[in-house]
Write a protein that binds this ligand. Structure first.
Ligand SMILES: [Zn+2]
Ligand SMILES: [Zn+2]
Length: 243
């Protein structure tokens, strides 16, 4: 069976979610594999949290992301989160995954084994092929550690190192608004704990740390956003099964 190809202009969908945050999605990727891309507007510049699979240009088809200076942050370096990072001048990544962003392979980004035609409901435009799909190198221009701050002028996002799903996973925490961008360490769907560079003890520590944050809204790496009550429920249930 051949699957239809999507048109590039249809690849991304946008939705404003409040707090000057815009959700950018890739609707033709099956939900489980579909990364949430977050665009945050600040006074002096913008922040992009993750950049999708990179199968259609984000800067060409989503003008929102290039209107002003933007810091493209990688919550971590799996293929579904960093595919368009090479299109941005300012690229931010945690120290523990800087080598991956600089030299991505099909194996180290998990494109192999995850990327097949089956993850799409419509294939990306030609010349895309799942067998040769690969993420382009996008060396970090800023390497961050736990406690560092992404400064947008009037908005400040603290970097929280959240290893477990991957060694250099980070969450971004805006204390003033209670917004947490959590990446893949926690979201409201099946969590992945068995990647080649996952670490169970780190995962537990990261979850315990995030539990205590006074969040108002969590925008995760996958699936729908949620509030404080659901945040504690997800983490409490997860910890109960593992500790
Ligand atoms: Zn991931
Ligand atoms: Zn992911």
């Amino acid at each position: 069976m051949t699957i239809d190809r999507a048109k590039p202009e249809d690849w991304y969908s946008l939705k404003t979610v409040g707090d000057d945050v815009t959700y950018i999605g890739e609707p033709f990727i099956e939900e489980f594999y579909r990364c949430n891309i977050w665009h945050v507007r600040g006074r002096d510049g913008d922040m992009l949290v993750d950049s999708g699979m990179g199968v259609v240009s984000l800067t060409e088809w989503v003008p929102l992301v290039t209107e002003r200076s933007v810091q493209a942050v990688a919550s971590h370096t799996h293929f579904d989160h960093i595919g368009c990072h090479h299109e941005f001048e300012n690229r931010v990544c945690h120290r523990c995954e800087a080598d991956l962003l600089a030299a991505p392979t099909r194996k180290n980004t998990l494109a192999d084994p995850y990327v097949t035609d089956e993850i799409f409901t419509k294939l990306p435009p030609l010349p895309y092929a799942s067998t040769t799909y690969a993420v382009k190198a996008a060396p970090a221009t800023r390497i961050v550690e736990d406690g560092d701050v992404i400064d947008l002028g009037d908005r400040h996002f603290e970097v929280i190192h959240t290893p477990g799903h991957s060694p250099g996973g980070i969450a971004l925490w805006e204390k003033a608004t209670g917004i947490l961008f959590s990446g893949d360490i926690v979201y409201d769907g099946p969590l992945i704990e068995d990647t080649y560079h996952a670490n169970a003890a780190d995962y537990v520590r990261s979850m315990e740390r995030l539990y205590d944050l006074p969040v108002r809204v969590v925008h995760g790496g996958h699936f729908a956003s949620y509030g404080a009550e659901r945040h504690r429920e997800i983490i409490k249930n997860w910890l109960r099964e593992r500790t």
